[in-house]
Design a protein around this ligand. Structure first.
Ligand code: SF4
Length: 432
């Protein structure tokens, strides 16, 4: 039985019991949210070593880091290093998205080595194997697609992006409405090419029940992939995107009826004023299941700084109800990220989601800031560094231009406002 089916029967699983404490809810409250489909628990039944996380309404906003090889950069030891960096920076999950090298072996290594939930996009590996076997992505068969989903589920992948909410009608609308960036989803591009070449509907859409059967068997959380997400600000909330959300909502309903844990992927590039509407639309049409988004990237003009454009959008999105944010790194749109990019992406996204969690009254969020405020007032540098979201960076910067043991910092030196005012008021410390 899946966590969803158990929750509907009122069974409080060990995962619900533990995660309720982590999130500051009672086990009954969390169980109810899982039963409604508003929270998913990411844990494949096959994985014995993993530590589940809960994603959804009323919980801390979670952060995912994407890693994986490309055909041009196949270095699995580097990808492993990036996962370690992501974990150390506080990522809640990773998606392994390799499209080069021995992906099966790498998946096994990742699942054995790490305890955090691991996601995938099975269509990527199907496409790569099709190129090796038949010479082209468009020659993969429907059977290849379902065999790959089962293979990855059986191995222990905890959540999968499946681009089932893409059909001919959406692609035709896209073609006729004059979108600028067409399709920017890799899985969406593979399947669109396949549909045109084979003059057939997307098998993941027409045979969606087979996807559900596999997810149910292993309790893989289905992430309805956003094949049609906008790839630039101008394309946001166009007709094709909205049609994709309508189809996603229909698939979500079928997943919930089948007892499959499900969430929905979203954009992508969204102007900041359209973020609340985008989230409202998704939540209303998709039965309030968790919303998993990339960014949102709030402008197109900042390559090299897209962890910042993504972080601005992530705060707005999480405030409006997004539950799970895929990081964006400074390398987005430019190249495969390095370990340094991964670090910057995770930290930027965690800052963004924490800012939203403060407003959303998530357990512990405001308390964290309050503890930092007291440490600042007390000029307690060790405590400030300990409380920092990225302690090594805070420690390095503090050490660069401050004398050993200096009470204030080199910003104001002897004119430290906190220290001076504190002395006048008969207190120690001050405030920046
Ligand atoms: S008031 Fe100035 S010197 Fe004192 S801690 Fe803040 S920035 Fe540093």
């Amino acid at each position: 039985m899946t966590q969803l089916i158990k929750a509907r029967q009122g069974i409080i699983t060990p995962e619900v019991e533990r995660l309720a404490k982590v999130e500051g809810l009672t086990a009954e409250e969390l169980c109810e949210k899982v039963a409604q489909g508003r929270v998913v628990i990411l844990k494949n039944k096959q994985r014995k070593n993993s530590i589940a996380i809960a994603v959804g309404e009323g919980l801390r906003t979670k952060v995912n880091a994407n890693i994986g090889t490309s055909p041009d950069c196949v270095d699995f030891s580097d990808e492993l290093h990036k996962i370690r960096v992501a974990v150390a920076a506080g990522a809640d999950s990773i998606m392994e998205l390799s499209i080069g090298g021995d992906v099966d072996a790498f998946h096994r290594q990742v699942l054995d080595t790490f305890t955090l939930p691991v996601g995938s996009v099975p269509t990527y590996q199907t496409g790569m194997e099709s190129i090796a076997k038949h010479g082209s992505v468009v020659d993969m068969t429907a059977e290849d697609m379902f065999e790959m989903i089962e293979r990855q589920a059986e191995r222990g992948i905890d959540f999968m992006a499946i681009h089932a909410a893409l059909n001919m009608s959406i692609v035709e609308r896209l073609k006729n409405q004059g979108r600028i960036t067409d399709i920017v989803s890799r899985g969406g591009a593979f399947l669109t090419g396949w549909m045109f070449h084979n003059e057939q509907e997307n098998p993941l859409y027409t045979q969606f029940d087979r996807v559900l059967e596999i997810c149910k068997k292993y309790d893989v959380t289905l992430s309805v992939g956003d094949a049609i997400r906008p790839g630039c600000i101008e394309d946001s909330l166009d007709r094709a995107q909205v049609q994709g959300v309508i189809v996603a909502g229909e698939l979500v309903q079928r997943a919930l009826e089948a007892g499959v844990q499900v969430m929905v992927e979203g954009p992508g590039h969204v102007p900041v004023d359209q973020i609340p509407a985008t989230i409202l639309l998704q939540k209303q049409l998709c039965h309030h299941v968790p919303y998993y988004i990339l960014g949102n990237l709030v402008t197109d003009i900042a390559p090299g700084y897209d962890h910042i454009t993504g972080a601005i959008g992530a705060t707005a999105a999480a405030m409006a109800g997004a539950n799970f944010i895929c990081y964006v790194t400074p390398a987005e749109h430019l190249r495969l990220p390095t370990a340094e990019d991964v670090h910057a992406g995770v930290i930027a996204t965690r800052i963004a989601t924490h800012a939203a969690d403060i407003v959303n009254k998530v357990k512990g969020a405001r308390e964290w800031d309050l503890a930092m405020a007291h440490a600042r007032k007390a000029l307690d540098w060790n405590k400030q560094i300990e409380l920092s979201i990225d302690p090594p960076t805070a420690r390095r910067i503090r050490g660069e231009r401050n004398e050993e043991g200096a009470e204030a910092c080199s910003m104001c030196g002897g004119f430290c406002a906190m220290k001076l005012v504190g002395e006048h008021l008969g207190k120690t410390g001050g405030t920046c």
